[in-house]
Ligand binder design. Structure first.
Ligand code: NDP
Length: 246
């Protein structure tokens, strides 16, 4: 068990990539806490996670709400007396060409993806600093490295996450807190389910491994980065993308 007795908080953990990470961590012995928006999805996810590892739990939390996140981390720390791992995974898209992008769609994506990552990092860091131990994993995207037409807001938020990860790594290294970013490529989840087969085929053509990835591919890297095997790795952005970015 690579995460035995560790407490891991995963935002947006009720479904998609976040749930896969929660499942992987629970199956390696972690006590998993998921933060998400919908109580029904949280309850279903927690019920499945508890079959792998007792003590899985979930809270309704909007990562953009600074006060709510402060209160929830306080509750989590009170309950478990430690918070070892934070995975900033909650993310949204609101795509449009820049000329047509509404201000509220720009703000919404920057708020959830970038400010949400900052909020959770800032709130958890006081506990990790006290413990002199912690791992922060930020789910970015290859789009934050490459850019993409029609995703200016998303690309900016994910590029911001990569820069934020480096600052986090530098600021907290002396307290033995590591921070790394994971940049998934084209991963099959509900977020990508609404794409047409034509778009999927077009992407597959430019991916050297010639296929979409799975949430498990992302979760496997997260497990490695969260484990002690990655003790000398911080401030990095690692792509899980079938070779799309190289
Ligand atoms: P999903 O849309 O499948 O899941 C996202 C989860 O985050 C949902 O449970 C959602 O809740 C939750 N969420 C959304 N907004 C908030 C918020 N404000 N506070 C708390 N939780 C929130 O996404 P994926 O699993 O596909 O993506 C997960 C992460 O991976 C995202 O950061 C995404 O940008 C990134 N990524 C995904 C790729 C892909 O190909 N799928 C590629 C590269 C990166 P609800 O269900 O209620 O909306």
């Amino acid at each position: 068990m690579r995460l035995e007795n560790k407490v891991a908080v995963i935002t947006g953990g009720a479904r998609g990539i976040g749930y896969s990470i929660a499942e992987k961590f629970a199956s390696e012995g972690a006590k998993v806490v998921i933060l998400d928006l919908n109580q029904d999805s949280i309850d279903k996810a927690v019920a499945k996670l508890n079959k792998l590892q007792e003590d899985a739990t979930g809270y309704i939390a909007d990562v953009t709400n600074s006060q709510q996140i402060t209160d929830i981390f306080k509750q989590i720390y009170k309950r478990f007396k430690q918070i070892d791992i934070l995975v900033n995974n909650a993310g949204i898209t609101k795509d449009n060409l820049m000329m047509r992008m509404k201000e509220e769609d720009w703000d919404a994506v920057i708020n959830v993806n970038l400010k949400g990552t900052f909020n959770c990092t800032q709130k958890v860091s006081r506990y990790m600093m006290k413990q002199k131990n912690g791992v922060i994993l930020n789910i970015a995207s290859v789009i934050g490295i490459m850019g993409n037409a029609g995703q200016a807001n998303y690309a900016a938020s994910k590029g911001g996450i990569i820069a934020l990860t480096k600052s986090t790594a530098k600021e907290f290294a002396s307290r033995n807190i590591r921070a790394n970013a994971i940049a998934p490529g084209f991963i099959k989840t509900e977020m990508t389910d609404n794409l047409s087969q034509e778009v999927i085929d077009k992407y597959a053509e430019v991916i050297p491994l010639n296929r979409m990835g799975t949430p498990h591919d992302v979760a496997n890297l997260c497990l490695f980065l969260a484990s002690e095997e990655a003790n000398y790795i911080t401030g990095q952005t690692i792509c899980v993308d079938g070779g799309l970015v190289m």
